[in-house]
Design a protein around this ligand. Structure first.
Ligand code: ZN
Length: 447
């Protein structure tokens, strides 16, 4: 499914299929839904499933009690279920405490949530850090509720347990790491979180079978508290992160959006910008802000890791966000695949960036006598750029930025010049990735 960091056509359908498998599970920031999700991912890639006990202090936070739910409903006075968790896990406010009792309609309404402007959709609500209970339903169904006594039942537990997360490390030639992180704590929501989960599962499967310079670390964590927990318990690993991307919301039809790291001009930021420019796709670049997903934690000043974020339409800017309309129809295989391709292209550029020194700093070498001069075209122009800027100071990314050429074109020229003794590799401690690397195996093969 992936060779030379290029994504094979059709992978988007496999990504969509994994999302369909994960979609029905009631996930939360802790609990068995999150564990089941990790076990399904482990059928594709060998993640380690880590458990951190309730009560563990993690910087200014504490790992919360573990939440699990088996069933929940609201019945009207005729005994009919008017809200049913079995139909959609979004119907229960995530982290609801157990309830079993009768409530008048006005009492019940204090615990009901709807979206009046989208009366057919069910909202997604949580109450992680305040013990409470509630139900979410469409405004249409809400409007039909009649006066009377309602039977409310939530069969949940909120007890000491664990926070679960999944981690996979793929060692490379260097101990320097690329961190790829997604949150996996949302229940039946596709773009906001399952698209990122699926993309990183497939990316890990692809990278596992490619030769690589960097060590890759994949994190499948509950949002916010998961990143805080991982950073608190893994300071040593965090110090090795040279580049990183938070991946989420990558399955909708909107333009690809890269949010820069707090550093703003880190190599990952510059690489992502150039790859998107060269991708022939619609894209947007946004500056860092201390609001969003787990980049907030990775880019907190005490870490200040070079971690950006890859999404499509940013969260909160599409009406389906955090509603039942963020479903299997909202995300499309071709958009998942396009996001996957861009991520892999960014990683390819990171892997192959390096600094060269021209062996002919005083005037151009004679390309003709080496058989490198044909009719003047883009390849010739790329060689001129690489020879001119390879003074030992500029890396290939600098040359891409100044020439406006694509990374692969510049790399091809550099490789050709190096093969002909016209360039020396300066800063890259290992050989560039072989462009004719063996055919990679998909993550689902051989399981
Ligand atoms: Zn969300």
């Amino acid at each position: 499914m992936c060779s030379d960091f290029r994504v094979t056509e059709g992978t988007g359908s496999e990504m969509h299929a994994l999302i369909s498998e994960l979609y029905p599970i009631c996930r939360s920031i802790t609990g068995n839904g999150f564990r089941r999700t990790m076990e399904i991912i482990r059928k594709h890639i060998p993640i380690e499933i880590c458990e951190v006990p309730t009560g563990t202090r993690v910087f200014d936070w504490v790992v919360p009690k573990e939440w699990n739910i088996r069933d929940a409903y609201v019945k009207n006075s005729k005994g009919e279920k008017v809200i049913d968790f079995q139909k959609s896990n979004l119907h229960v406010v995530n982290y609801s405490t157990p309830v079993n009792g009768g409530f008048s309609l006005s009492e019940l309404k204090n615990h009901l949530f709807t979206i009046p402007e989208h009366p057919g959709w069910v909202p997604y609500r949580t109450s992680y850090y305040k013990e409470d209970w509630g139900f979410c339903l469409s405004h249409d169904e809400y409007s039909k509720l009649e006066d009377g006594v309602y039977e409310v039942f939530i069969d949940s537990t909120l007890e000491d347990g664990h926070l679960t997360y999944g981690e996979l490390c793929l060692p490379g030639e260097r101990s320097d790491e690329v961190l790829l992180s997604c949150h996996a704590c949302h229940p039946s929501l596709c773009n906001d979180n399952l698209s990122g989960v699926s993309l990183l599962t497939f990316a890990a499967g692809a990278i596992a079978s490619l030769p690589r310079k960097y060590t890759y670390r994949f994190l499948f964590i509950p949002g916010t508290i998961g990143a805080i927990t991982w950073l608190c318990l893994n300071g040593e690993k965090a110090s090795k992160v040279r580049h990183g991307i938070v991946v989420t919301g990558v399955g909708d039809a909107g333009p690809l959006t890269y949010k820069k790291s707090r550093r703003g001009a880190a190599e990952i930021d510059r690489t992502a910008v150039q790859v998107l420019k060269d991708s022939c796709r619609d894209y947007k670049i946004v500056d860092f802000s201390p609001y969003g997903y787990d980049e907030r934690q990775y880019c907190s000043p005490g870490f200040n890791l070079p971690v950006g974020r890859l999404s499509r339409t940013p969260y909160g800017e599409y009406p389906e966000y955090h509603t039942s309309a963020d479903n299997l129809e909202f995300i499309r295989a071709q958009d998942l695949e396009g996001s996957f391709s861009v991520l892999m292209e960014i990683l390819f550029a990171l892997e192959n960036n390096g600094t060269y020194l021209s062996t002919n700093l005083k005037c151009e070498p004679n390309l003709g006598k080496r058989g490198l001069y044909s009719s003047f075209g883009p390849e010739q122009l790329a060689m001129l750029w690489v020879m001119n800027l390879s003074d030992g100071q500029n890396d290939l990314l600098d040359i891409v930025e100044r020439s406006g050429m694509g990374f692969r074109d510049v790399l091809r020229a550099a490789n050709l010049l190096a093969e002909n003794g016209l360039l020396e590799n300066r800063a890259s401690a290992c050989s560039p990735i072989n462009q004719s690397s063996p055919q990679a195996q998909g993550p689902t093969e051989g399981k």
